[in-house]
Design a protein around this ligand. Structure first.
Ligand code: SAH
Length: 455
């Protein structure tokens, strides 16, 4: 067996060679990789080994001898430590290059170097962009606090400026914290699995300014729940909906299945590219509204619809892409696995007077097989799958559906490249460069759009 060349608590002077896809510096000791937070390529550091497993280890910076020209100075360590903004120490233009570079590197490893990648389209203001926050709540010195957990630990860090979320969300959060303290509502205690408030989830419509608050509780018991909701609404006139969501499981999943409207409306409304959307507490809605509009515009631009096309929107959520394109197409079909989201999609079609969009609750892999069997011949398929990418069954049915064009919106370059390999080996070719969009500035997430056509 190979010897591990480092031990926990040893210190080494190393030069960082690379940045991992998670945004950690990578340095080597006798070919053994150490992953180091807050360390950039070209920086020489004194590293303290925190953990050494068989094939790689984790270390922290004790001393940094030089700064990379890409280093963003004067950042706050809490955002790195909590994982809220793991790329905060990288200048924004370098973040954009890093994201483009990741797709390139994966294409290279898959021997798909002929596919090119355009520069990442970033934000003019790459902070305060999130329209949704999910904030853990705990007791600190007998007082209810909102904050965040340190990465790879259960240490709670109270926090008041979350850097990447809508600043109005931060303000509403402060008010909720004060109200919960006044009503002496205890926070959840994970170890003992007692207490009441686990998380506070806040959503704010980027254009409408309407705010939805969801208090996630351990059990149905929320003493004075209605009064708490009314107090919050009294102090914040833009809060139009307050929910209680019940999550009694011992889990990291934030929301449970059961919920109760405490005050106000059942949904908030917002828009994307002028299309209105009603949003329920548990429906998926893209968190970066400005960049999402750009992405949907890019999809529309590359789909080049004439009004005669049949289009499938796979993994459609609440129908955002379907409804953005419906007016320029003949018929749109959306498929999505979450039933609530499809309810929202249907409601949203009606809200916008759109009658040529049909939505199905199903796993894409099953619905695609059905459509193939029924002989549906879509002109275009838009894919927007979760991180795991497309199921083999979906890819196989796509070959039977034979769309002339595929527009693939991806939030995970690794599965994108895997799926492009399949599609390019089976009659499709990538037209033009892959276009990355920065949906999640200050984080390592990479979103991109690829257009393919049948050769
Ligand atoms: N296009 C939408 C949602 C994209 S997120 C938007 O832009 O807002 C991906 C969606 O895929 C989620 O709504 C998720 O519920 C759904 N999903 C996950 N697995 C699925 C499957 N196997 N079949 C269909 N939909 C699925």
């Amino acid at each position: 067996m190979k010897e591990i060349p480092v031990e926990k608590n040893q210190e080494f002077e190393v030069t960082v060679e690379d940045l991992s896809y998670q945004g950690r510096g990578v340095a080597k000791v006798d070919h053994y990789p150490l992953f180091i937070d807050d360390a950039l390529p070209g920086e020489k550091i004194l590293a303290h080994v925190m953990k050494a497993s068989r094939n790689y280890g984790f270390a922290k910076v004790v001393k940094r001898y030089n700064d990379s020209p890409d280093r963003q100075l004067n950042t706050e360590s809490a955002y790195l430590q909590t994982g809220i903004a793991p790329l905060q120490h990288l200048k924004y233009d370098a973040q954009l290059r890093f994201k483009q570079g990741q797709i390139k590197e994966l294409l290279h490893k898959a021997h798909l170097d002929q596919i090119t990648v355009a520069p990442t389209q970033g934000m003019a203001e790459p902070l305060h962009y999130r329209n949704k926050a999910q904030i853990p709540v705990r007791m600190v010195n007998d007082q209810l606090e909102t904050g965040f957990f340190r990465q790879r630990s259960h240490q709670f860090v109270p926090m008041h400026d979350f850097l990447i979320q809508d600043p109005r969300i931060d303000q509403v959060l402060e008010v909720i914290q004060t109200v919960l303290r006044e009503f002496e509502v205890p926070a959840y205690n994970e170890r003992q699995h007692n207490g009441v408030i686990r998380h506070i989830v806040i959503r704010r419509g980027h254009y409408s300014g309407q705010v939805m608050v969801t208090l996630v509780t351990r059990s149905r018991k929320l003493p004075a729940g209605k009064q708490i909701a009314q107090q919050i609404m009294e102090h914040c006139s833009d809060v139009v909906s307050v929910y209680q969501n019940i999550n009694s499981a011992k889990t990291n999943v934030i929301m449970g299945r059961d919920e109760k409207l405490l005050a106000g409306k059942a949904q908030i409304e917002d828009q994307l590219n002028g299309i209105k959307f009603a949003i329920s507490p548990r429906s998926f809605f893209q968190v970066n509204s400005l960049q999402t509009e750009k992405i949907y515009q890019y999809v529309a631009q590359t789909a080049k619809l004439s009004g005669e096309e049949t289009l499938i929107d796979a993994y459609c959520g609440i129908g955002t892409i379907s409804l953005s394109l419906a007016k320029q197409a003949k018929q749109v079909y959306g498929v999505e696995i979450v039933a609530d989201a499809i309810e929202d999609a249907k409601r949203n079609a009606a809200l916008n007077g759109i009658t040529n969009a049909e939505f199905k609750v199903a796993a894409a892999e099953e619905q695609f097989a059905k459509w193939a069997k029924a002989g549906l011949k879509p002109d275009i398929v838009v894919f927007d799958p979760p991180r795991k990418g497309l199921e083999t069954k979906v890819l196989e049915s796509t070959l039977q559906l034979m769309p002339q064009k595929i527009v693939y919106v991806s939030c995970n370059p690794a599965t994108l490249v895997r799926d492009l390999k399949f599609l390019t080996e089976n009659g499709y070719q990538v037209t033009g460069p892959i276009q990355p969009f920065d949906q999640f500035p200050q984080t390592n997430h990479v979103e991109s759009i690829t257009v393919l056509s049948r050769s």
